[in-house]
Ligand binder design. Sequence first.
Ligand code: SF4
Length: 206
Amino acid sequence: MIPIFPSIGYDRLRMEVDGEGVTTLVCAQGCPLRCKYCINPESSRDCGKPRHIFTPASLYKLLKIDSLYFLATGGGVTFGGGEPLLYVDFMEAFARLVPDWKINCETSLWVHPRQVERAARLIDHFIVDVKDTDPEIYRAYTGKEFSRVEENLRLLLKLVGAEKITVRLPLIPNYNTDAHRDRSEALLREWGVTHFDRFDYVIKEK
Ligand code: SF4
């Protein structure tokens, strides 16, 4: 069976925002988390049909127009979310079509460890959206247990090493503080993480 990637959209010619060089971000539909300030609410499977259903060949056909940019800058494709690790079958088949492009993945790691093991063999750089390491804050904000992220991040560090991982630590209004972020960063450094992206969520007024 040909694996598919249901997508809420893609964005071409991004520069150094989600991976080295020029990248195209391709966003998955489907996410196990329910973040209170979800940046892509359409990514939930509850939001109806995806805008695109890609096969490896159809995505390659769409993205190859930028192949020269990818090759010249060391860039490639970044799979984001939603949660792209729900579609590891697809990413394995797609990676076989584009051996010279970099493949990055933005993930919460809230998936089965088997999906992490398979992704570790094909992803060049992981951008892990940890959010906060305090289990109560994580549960309040995402509706899920942090223990699964811990298990998978420790596994990923063992499989690919710290150089291939950037951890995102957002300041989340009404949920955590800078002191919480400092605590998260200190804990993650103990686990072996060395690259961090700290930023602030900006909540739009309704
Ligand atoms: S992990 Fe990302 S896509 Fe999923 S609910 Fe949270 S913000 Fe939304």
